[in-house]
Ligand binder design. Structure first.
Ligand code: GDP
Ligand code: MG
Length: 441
């Protein structure tokens, strides 16, 4: 047993924090995973570099290898980048009729997605929707949209032969306004590659339609080209969001990361098939897991982190309820308070301490005070921290001087410590302590 304990401690001390070498080694595998998922090369490179800076020096959870820890950090960062900070499905469709312009390469799924979105807005939001195809290149394209409109039960603009895309857009706007529609979808012509003429056309349509949303539809199986497509459409037309289609296939969807990195625009929806209800709100967590393809490791680390926190909470609760609340514990609490937005933030979380927080604040207990108190504890010796009863007058003087503060301030800290120790003891007896500690971590 002691052997096993020994090796655990060994590992613990060796794995306090991620070294640069640990991180670089682990990120080599992550890089391969990203490229295999079709994340474009420069995007993968940038992402890796940022994670490297972030991860180096981070703490490693007990019983987890540095490599596993790095994977978890990558996973979290991937979610952060993919999610952005606005809700994914918040299409701006107030001020009816709101035009939504659908753009993208040919075959990316614009027409299909237009009909899917129309269905969604009709079914979920009770919106009246009008669809208009601006695809003058392929006569069948207009038919296709009209058929899909019929399938999902929304109206489509009557087809008039010989009109230009701009003329159709103008007619559609008028029709949408007169017909009392809430939303007008403008489904633009496909293009095989980025093409100047068609780009100019989309710009002209945009100027006429004044869309509230311009959604770039991208095939989720797109690889390295995703970056060019995104940059070009965003630069020339200006997009407000992205829809990733064909995410029902085998592809790992690295295009999602490329799109986000290049445009900074939110990924709104994910297409999951040819059927009209095969559309879902984009979920960063799910797509991140798919891109990285290391779900097992992430789950392992998450479990270890939970276990670790639970163990720590338990240990602390046990100590506190025995009245063992020394200066190190107080320091931990004070630092935690600073991290959590001060006294109010912390006390708000502990059951029944809201009133105390108020009193403390009234007594001038603020964040500057937290810092001064931490400084005082820092200038105590190890022994003094473990046993504050040692603090006779001469020691107090030394400690206060070390922190550049008055002895009266130290006395205040000691009094507070006593009160807290008492309170912890009481709370520990009453139960609920473990929960409170867990919440603080
Ligand atoms: P557009 O040229 O951009 O308008 O593309 P379309 O909407 O015509 O779609 C091209 C093809 O892709 C059609 O056969 C669609 O059924 C298919 N498609 C579109 N979205 C998806 C999707 O999310 N998953 C799958 N499997 N097929 C899709
Ligand atoms: Mg089309």
């Amino acid at each position: 047993l002691s052997d096993r304990l020994g090796s655990v401690f060994d590992r613990l001390t060796k794995q306090g924090a991620l070294s640069e070498a640990d991180v670089i080694a682990a990120l080599r595998e992550v890089r391969t995973a990203l490229l295999e998922a079709d994340v474009s090369l420069p995007v993968a490179r940038d992402f890796i570099k940022r994670v490297q800076d972030k991860a180096t020096g981070s703490a490693v959870t007990k019983s987890i290898t540095p490599g596993q820890m790095v994977v978890k950090i990558v996973h979290d960062e991937l979610i952060r980048v993919l999610a952005g900070d606005e809700p994914a499905d918040a299409l701006k469709i107030d001020n009816p009729p709101a035009a939504i312009l659908m753009v993208g390469l040919q075959g990316s799924g614009k027409t299909t997605t237009t009909a899917k979105l129309a269905k969604r807005l009709k079914d979920r939001n009770g919106k009246r929707v009008l669809l208009a195809s601006l695809d003058t290149n392929r006569p069948a394209a207009m038919e296709q949209l009209a058929i899909l409109a019929g399938q999902v039960g929304v109206d489509s603009l009557p087809i008039v032969k010989g009109e230009t895309a701009v003329q159709i857009a103008r007619r559609a706007k008028t029709q949408a306004a007169m017909g009392g529609y809430d939303v007008l979808f403008l489904d633009t012509a496909g293009r095989l590659h980025i093409d100047e003429v068609l780009m100019d056309e989309v710009q002209a349509v945009r100027d006429i339609a004044q869309p509230r949303e311009t959604l770039l539809v991208v095939d989720g199986l797109t690889g390295q080209d995703a970056v060019n497509v995104a940059a070009e459409f965003d630069g020339k037309v200006g997009i407000s969001g992205v829809v990733l289609t064909r995410m029902d296939g085998d592809g790992r969807g690295g295009a999602a990361l490329s799109m986000r990195a290049v445009t900074g625009k939110p990924i709104r929806f994910v297409g999951l098939g040819e059927k009209m209800d095969a559309l879902e709100t984009f979920e960063a967590e799910r797509v991140a897991g798919r891109i990285l393809g290391m779900g097992d490791i992430v789950a392992l680390v998450e479990r270890a982190q939970e276990t670790f926190e639970a163990e720590q909470a338990e240990r602390m609760a046990r100590r506190f309820s025995k009245g063992l609340f020394n200066m190190n514990d107080l320091k931990g609490q004070l630092e935690q308070m600073q991290k959590m937005g001060g006294m109010q933030g912390l006390m708000g979380m502990l059951p029944g301490m809201g009133k105390m927080a108020k009193q403390a604040e009234d007594a001038g207990f603020d964040d500057r005070m937290l810092r001064r108190q931490v400084a005082l504890i820092n200038s105590m010796t190890k022994k003094e921290r473990a046993n504050p009863d040692l603090l006779a007058a001469s020691r107090k003087k030394r400690i206060a001087a070390g922190a550049g503060l008055e002895v009266s301030e130290l006395n205040r800290l000691l009094k507070q410590h006593k009160q807290m120790a008492e309170m912890m003891k009481k709370m520990g007896k009453g139960g609920g302590m473990k929960q409170a500690i867990k919440q603080m971590m």
